[in-house]
Design a protein around this ligand. Structure first.
Ligand SMILES: C[S@@+](CC[C@H](N)C(=O)[O-])C[C@H]1O[C@@H](n2cnc3c(N)ncnc32)[C@H](O)[C@@H]1O
Length: 447
């Protein structure tokens, strides 16, 4: 059998991601593990998959107007055109004739070659006329949506919330390659010692500007290092590392982590606790298979002695725990994840306004259910990896209206961090420190 080319593999993978709503990173890892590809081809497939998803709407804008009833075309043609245009516009080193030839070869293998002429005609046309000039789009929302490849409804919501200028700056950041980032596991090693041992292994290694336990690198993959297997570090975005310090933990605290899987924050919380003083974090999740990941992570990071996992819908905590039992509670709520668009570019197209409309109720229900379980003077931290007020500030406002025995207190961080907007509610945006978008609010029970 003829070996499949990198471009053919990228087209097939992208088709599957879109049709079956799969995660790009998981699908790509699976492909890279199962196909026998050279290093060059591995890089090319990775670039084609992420780049094409990132710029999808902008790429479509460049061909759709030349094709009648473009929406009726089979998905594989749309994907093939996107992958080809991505190479024409973004990859300087690939000659145009090679891109067109390969697209032609792929088109011949599908649907009995029925669409080969169309694919060739569209690509020749775009090659002759070049990329569209987006500055010509007079409507601001549409211009930003196309330029940065963001669905129009989402661009509209962001402009409404943050204004056009901030939205543009944020969106420009979203399509930049993110730095790799990891949290040092201080249970096993100090940051300085780990940096020394990582030495030359990773390019452009640096300490985080947000967290005293964060490290970043220009490229590379922290999860492939021996230090990862040894539990000296774990992969985590710098923004997520701000959650555990905001709980202001003490060694003997009883902590509830209401939505814990896969355990990034549970294990960070655990690093502040001392099992000999009775310190413990109970990690809940609605899915048992995800809790297995929390257990695996706790074992690898050497904190199993202070982590207890339990399958439970956090809205049902009443069945399991007495009121005022915990010193600290974290609700790292299920959310739209729109703050993660840099690392998961497909999120922006997979989420629709109606999916998001249902989330605030679930978020508020979880927060309200667990709030009774914290002691007087104890803290409940609410966090999400999204940037929409409906899932963040509005949830907090609705909670405070119903729970007059709680007040908002400032979010404590170990390092000086600047953010715009309400200073009591921490909303980090992707362009602030080139991290994921993240929200944290700290609620204190006052009686
Ligand atoms: C944002 S993720 C948590 C990430 C995690 N805190 C970490 O740092 O690795 C939200 C989690 O909430 C879980 N979840 C969703 N609904 C839930 C519910 N009603 N009760 C408990 N967990 C829930 C999901 O399965 C998911 O694992």
């Amino acid at each position: 059998m003829q070996k499949k080319s990198a471009r053919y593999l990228a087209v097939t993978l992208l088709e599957g991601i879109e049709k079956q709503h799969r995660y790009a990173n998981l699908s790509l890892n699976h492909l890279l593990q199962n196909e026998d590809l050279s290093e060059v081809d591995r890089h090319l497939v990775t670039r084609l998959v992420y780049g094409t998803i990132q710029w999808q709407l902008r790429l479509d804008y460049n061909w759709e107007s030349f094709v009648k009833r473009s929406e009726d075309l089979p998905l594989w043609i749309k994907v093939l055109l996107r992958v080809s245009l991505y190479q024409l516009f973004f990859l300087d080193k690939v000659p145009a004739h090679a891109i067109l030839n390969e697209a032609n070869e792929i088109a011949k293998t599908r649907d009995h070659g029925r669409y080969t002429k169309l694919v060739n005609a569209v690509l020749r046309h775009v090659q002759r006329h070049g990329e569209q000039d987006y500055q010509q789009i007079t409507d601001t929302e549409q211009r930003l949506a196309i330029t940065h490849s963001m669905p129009l409804w989402l661009t509209h919501r962001l402009i409404e919330q943050y204004g056009a200028e901030k939205t543009e700056s944020m969106l420009a950041q979203v399509n930049q390659p993110p730095r790799a980032s990891a949290r040092v596991n201080t249970v096993k090693v100090t940051r300085d010692d780990l940096l020394t041992s990582l030495g030359e292994e990773l390019p452009d290694l640096a300490t985080s500007r947000l967290s005293p336990v964060g490290i970043t690198a220009e490229g590379g993959n922290f999860a492939q290092l021996i230090q990862f297997q040894q539990g000296q570090l774990t992969v985590q975005d710098e923004s997520s590392m701000l959650v555990a310090p905001s709980l202001q933990l003490r060694p003997g605290d009883q902590v509830l982590d209401a939505c814990s899987a896969p355990g990034g924050k549970t294990t960070h919380i655990a690093s502040y606790l001392d099992p000999h003083s009775g310190g413990r974090v109970i990690a809940l999740d609605i899915h048992q298979h995800k809790l297995d990941l929390v257990d695996d992570n706790a074992r690898r990071l050497g904190v199993s002695d202070r982590v207890v996992t339990k399958e439970l819908d956090a809205r049902r905590v009443d069945k399991e725990f007495k009121d005022a039992y915990f010193d600290r509670i974290l609700v790292d709520a299920p959310c739209s994840g729109l703050g993660l668009m840099r690392r998961k570019p497909e999120i922006r197209y997979a989420k629709h306004e109606q999916d998001i409309a249902n989330l605030p109720k679930i978020q508020l229900d979880i927060l309200s259910a667990v709030a009774r379980k914290v002691k007087v003077n104890g803290l409940v931290v609410y966090s999400t990896c999204t940037i929409l007020a409906a899932e963040n500030q509005d949830v907090i406002q609705a909670f405070l209206q119903k729970h007059t025995n709680f007040e908002l207190v400032p979010v404590k961080a170990a390092q000086d961090i600047q953010w715009s907007g309400d200073q009591k509610q921490f909303q980090l945006l992707m362009d602030d420190y080139q991290t994921d978008g993240f929200f944290i609010a700290c609620l204190k029970r006052i009686n």
